[in-house]
Design a protein around this ligand. Structure first.
Ligand code: CTP
Ligand code: MG
Length: 231
């Protein structure tokens, strides 16, 4: 079985897709929920597979859905499908373990960011290729942010100019991500956090509004509109 996209590509993309989607409400694993009639995971894999640097895609599926996800993705792109874990971090670790020898750059990309443009995949990969060991796409924060106490009383207003909202794909020199996962302690919600704990500098590149994460029903509605508008 071959699961290669571009044999000369230097990028493996890990797609953690094993989450339940609790915040989206009832309806099965989030990655398999429909957006414009197709599962979120199909949208994300189709876009990632279009990025010319991508050699391999590894999807971490819900453990009970591995065969179904393999069948679902076969007509979309050649991908490897492994079982995910109970936490996102475990799902990423399982996918990382399945990357074949070859690609020196590894990107980790949420299945929930279904409309991420392939150009963002390329931009993150290019920044790693240019010498940054860890790269994250970020957006400025537009709301005022306040720190509050447990009773809902404001403690301080945070300086927004120094804050960024972090997206995926997050990109890493392969050995850096592998070392960070090998040393990982308590599960974190992003891979750059693990790398930060290793003391590795993490470089920011401009993110994309279209890389929004489908988390709550509002996000799914927004993504439906964006898809219908041609994104
Ligand atoms: N993920 C995963 N394995 C887990 C948990 C999450 O692969 N055990 C994946 C999700 O499928 C998603 C990405 O990590 O693509 C980001 O997680 P999140 O948006 O939190 O998705 P869910 O965990 O599915 O959602 P919720 O937290 O609302 O249950
Ligand atoms: Mg989650």
């Amino acid at each position: 079985m071959t699961a290669q996209l571009n044999p000369r590509g230097d990028v493996a993309v890990l797609v953690p897709a094993a989450g339940a989607g609790v915040r989206l409400g009832p309806g099965g694993p989030k990655a398999l929920r429909l957006l414009g009639g197709e599962p979120l995971l199909v949208h994300v894999v189709r876009r990632v597979a279009t990025a010319p640097s991508v050699h391999t895609v590894v999807v971490a599926a819900p453990a009970t859905e591995v065969d179904a996800v393999r069948q679902l993705l076969t007509p979309v792109a050649p991908v490897l499908v492994v079982a995910g874990g109970a936490e996102r971090q475990a799902s990423v670790a399982n996918a990382l373990a399945a990357v074949p020898s070859g690609p020196d750059i590894v990107l980790v990309h949420d299945a929930a960011r279904a409309l991420t443009p392939p150009a963002l995949v390329e931009a993150v990969a290019a920044a790693v290729r240019a010498g940054h060991d860890a790269v994250i796409p970020v957006l400025p924060v537009s709301d005022t942010i306040k720190r509050v106490d447990a009773a809902g009383v404001v403690l301080t207003t945070v300086d927004r100019s120094a804050l960024r909202a972090v997206q995926t794909p997050q990109g890493f020199r392969r050995g850096v991500l592998a070392a960070a996962h090998a040393a990982a302690g308590d599960p974190l919600t992003d891979d750059a956090g693990l790398v930060e704990q290793q003391g590795v500098p993490v470089f920011c590149v401009p993110g994309s509004e279209y890389a929004l994460k489908v988390t709550r029903p509002f996000d799914l509605t927004l993504a439906e509109h964006l898809l219908a508008a041609g994104h």
